[in-house]
Ligand binder design. Structure first.
Ligand code: MRU
Length: 362
């Protein structure tokens, strides 16, 4: 990397709205850690592709990008208010097909739909013009992004209250600044610890097959100056057996109403290992990741991705031609393995069915 690139990496924003050019600049996470390149997106189709191809990934970041995608999809619209409302809903339906598991995507799109309904629906003020509604949709996307930064900071503060100076903390996949507006969810306590002079020794699972742990988590923590050690996924048990890990913390793409948690494939194995070693297993997420409409983990749609991610994920074929491949992007960790779920509103423990519900009514 050049010096300029290294400086930028101090805090790399994954989703950047470019007001001057009226376009979305998206950090292409597929190229990290080697190259820092921003895609310049001007259409909702480009945003859909970026989500599908993992140029932007991580539950909150996907939602933020999709919200901007809605605006890009309708900003040149000219027609009646009713037709604009229908077009917003059409764009939301379309962007919702990009990836199935992270509920933040649907949450952000629902927020855009609700804003459009308030601006243009039957009960809306007659004074709203098509142009002012388009501007308001952009403002809504920006608000979703700004709120996520504040939310992640709060999650970090709650999570840090569970950690002590010198602790070893293992994480899986990337639930860091790159996956959110800033700070991340599972990585937020590590950034806050750094600010407060608290040392945490982080173990980052490599996270096969797409290597979010190696390419993204190890990268962003190292850039920030956090003590991070990269391990292959199959080393987590050995590292725990050595007594080097006092807590596991991961992000999530969807928490079901009963506290079952979907996250990057491999998370379930880490949870089982943590339980076997008596290590607490924490899940950090914004409230927007908790889906009370999904009763259990069995009801969470799990994305399956192309076999090439496994057979030639390193840019070189590593498996025989024609071999059968199973490549789910996520797995479900049953609630009995989850020590606590950490949100911006506080720390929730079992029984999750009751306690998650209470979180929404308090
Ligand atoms: O396939 P990805 O890279 O989008 O998967 C991301 C994860 O599994 C993250 O842990 C999750 O989205 C939480 S991000 C704060």
């Amino acid at each position: 990397m050049t010096t300029e690139q290294t400086k930028q990496a101090d805090w790399l924003q994954s989703v950047r709205w470019n007001s001057l050019e009226d376009r979305l600049d998206l950090l292409d996470q597929r190229l990290l850690p080697d190259e820092i390149v921003y895609l310049e997106l001007t259409t909702s189709e480009q945003v859909w592709d970026a989500i599908k191809q993992l140029a932007v990934r991580g539950a909150p970041a996907i939602g933020i990008a999709a919200a901007f995608g809605v605006y890009l999809g309708v900003r040149s619209f000219s027609g009646s208010r009713d037709a604009l409302l229908a077009e917003v809903n059409r764009q939301c339906d379309y962007l919702a097909t990009s990836r199935p598991t992270a509920v933040n995507l649907f949450w952000a799109l629902d927020r855009m739909r609700a804003r459009a309904e308030a601006l243009l629906g039957a009960a809306a003020s007659e004074e709203t013009t098509v142009e002012s509604a388009q501007q308001a949709l952009l403002d809504e996307a920006r608000a979703i992004q700004a709120e996520d930064e504040e939310t992640c900071r709060l999650i970090g503060e709650h999570a840090l209250s569970l950690f002590e100076d010198g602790m070893g903390v293992l994480t899986h996949c990337n639930a860091g600044g790159l996956a959110t507006a800033r700070y991340g969810t599972a990585l937020a306590p590590m950034y806050l610890a750094l600010e407060k002079g608290i040392t945490l020794k982080v173990f980052a699972d490599e996270t096969r097959p797409v290597l979010q742990g190696a390419r993204l988590t190890a990268f962003e923590l190292q850039q920030a100056g956090v003590d991070v050690t990269l391990i292959c996924d199959n080393m987590a048990g050995a590292v725990m057996a050595k007594g080097w890990v006092q807590a596991v913390i991961v992000g999530t793409d969807r928490v079901a109403a009963n506290g079952d948690v979907a996250n990057k494939i491999g998370t379930y194995s880490v949870a089982v290992l943590a339980k076997a070693h008596g290590i607490p297993f924490y899940v950090a997420c914004p409230m927007s990741t908790i889906d009370l409409n999904t009763p259990t983990g069995a009801d969470i749609p799990i994305e399956e991705r192309h076999e090439d991610e496994i057979t030639q994920g390193f840019g070189k074929r590593t498996a025989p031609q024609g071999v059968k491949v199973f490549n789910p992007a996520f797995d479900v960790t049953p609630n009995e393995y989850v020590t606590a779920i950490i949100t911006e509103k506080g720390i929730v423990r079992a029984p999750y069915g009751d306690n998650l519900r209470k979180l929404f009514t308090e």
